[in-house]
Design a protein around this ligand. Structure first.
Ligand code: RP5
Length: 183
């Protein structure tokens, strides 16, 4: 009894040990089965030296935990929340209902509907409670991290410069590929 809840707590403790100090981005996901995909967001944040924390909290299986996570997020120092979930993906919306921080939703492919179910569940928020919804799966998870960084960079010039360098690096990679095509 209470196994799911205890498992969530254990995962949260484990993941916090692995995460960098002073998290400003909260990555929350509906299940441990979402972790391999949401890892894409964590890896990108790490590459930019942005602190993050991982939490498993389900809108349906642990609704109280999802609400209290969001309610305490600002006080814990978080500035942006990334929420990834599959199937009837209400997690990002529930998080957005319980905080005034910006919430970025990542729909995940966890059913025979290929993630379209999660996309529609995440994006179709009622007016007044926005969730910035990314594409399905790992590309969406990575973009969630980039968007979180852009939000943080509004008040952080060093991060803004790093983002400009990142964009320049991507452009340079394309130019190099073009140069090889014309050899
Ligand atoms: C969602 O249901 C989770 O976000 C996950 O994507 C999906 C399946 O969860 P598990 O049954 O794998 O725990 O709430």
């Amino acid at each position: 009894e209470g196994g799911w809840y205890r498992r969530d707590i254990a995962y949260r403790a484990l993941c916090r040990l692995a995460a960098p100090a002073r998290p400003v981005v909260g990555i929350v996901m509906g299940s441990d089965s979402d972790l391999p995909v949401m890892q894409a967001a964590a890896e990108w944040l790490e590459s930019m030296e942005i602190g993050y924390e991982f939490t498993i909290a389900s809108a349906h299986r642990t609704p109280e935990l999802a609400a209290s996570y969001a309610q305490g997020a600002r006080e814990r120092g978080l500035k942006v929340i990334i929420a990834g979930a599959g199937m009837a993906a209400h997690l990002a919306g529930v998080i957005a209902a319980h905080t005034s921080l910006p919430v970025i939703g990542v729909p995940l492919n966890a059913s025979s509907l290929g993630g379209l179910d999660a996309l529609l569940s995440t994006v179709q928020m009622p007016p007044g409670v926005p969730v910035a919804t990314m594409g399905i799966g790992a590309p969406g998870a990575k973009n969630a991290a980039v968007l979180a960084a852009r939000i943080l960079a509004l008040a952080d010039d060093r991060l803004r410069v790093r983002l400009e360098e990142y964009a320049a690096h991507m452009a340079q990679q394309v130019e190099e590929k073009n140069a090889r095509l014309h050899l």
